[in-house]
Design a binder for this molecule. Structure first.
Ligand SMILES: [Zn+2]
Length: 163
């Protein structure tokens, strides 16, 4: 039953209106719907974490900055549907299900990874700033990051350090 309840809540949230005054993510511990590959997922004002790791339900540091950046990007888009549609398009441009890089090279993740370590960024970020993080040649940039998720994140942080 819990599985269906999680799925149902997940869908309902997608059709919930966006309240831009809510700038803090609400943690949501889930058992079934967050892949083990990921520690967190920002979804419609919530941040999903693994229920069996309750200590991760309190977001701090880079994780908090990263997920909060996704919330702010969504606010820029104006609705959950527009944001996740845009996110899907970015993922498809990166190769979709056929490429390891598709998740990392989309502008939303590039901004979040580039700036998660900068504690002043969120307060000084102009609306719509995500477009400064568009990678024109995604294949080449992925190569520059040695095609490794870890090294690519370091590469991105260096590339955009002056923004
Ligand atoms: Zn992210």
């Amino acid at each position: 039953m819990r599985f269906f309840k999680e799925i149902w809540t997940f869908i309902q949230l997608f059709f919930t209106g966006m309240d831009k005054s809510k700038t803090e993510l609400e943690p949501w511990g889930v058992k079934y719907i967050l892949s083990g590959k990921y520690k967190y997922m920002c979804w419609c004002g919530r941040v999903l974490f693994h229920l069996e790791k309750p200590e991760e339900g309190i977001l701090v540091g880079e994780d908090k900055n990263h997920e909060t950046l996704h919330l702010i990007q969504a606010h820029d888009s104006g609705s959950w549907i527009k944001y996740y549609w845009g996110y899907l398009i970015e993922w498809l441009k990166g190769g979709g299900p056929f490429s390891k890089k598709s998740y990392y090279v989309g502008k939303y993740e590039v901004e979040a990874y580039a700036k998660e370590g900068d504690d002043t960024y969120i307060s000084r970020r102009p609306a719509g700033n995500v477009d400064k993080f568009i990678l024109k040649d995604k294949t080449q940039e992925w190569k520059n990051g040695r095609k490794s998720s870890y090294l690519f994140k370091l590469y991105i942080k260096e590339k955009f350090k002056d923004i």
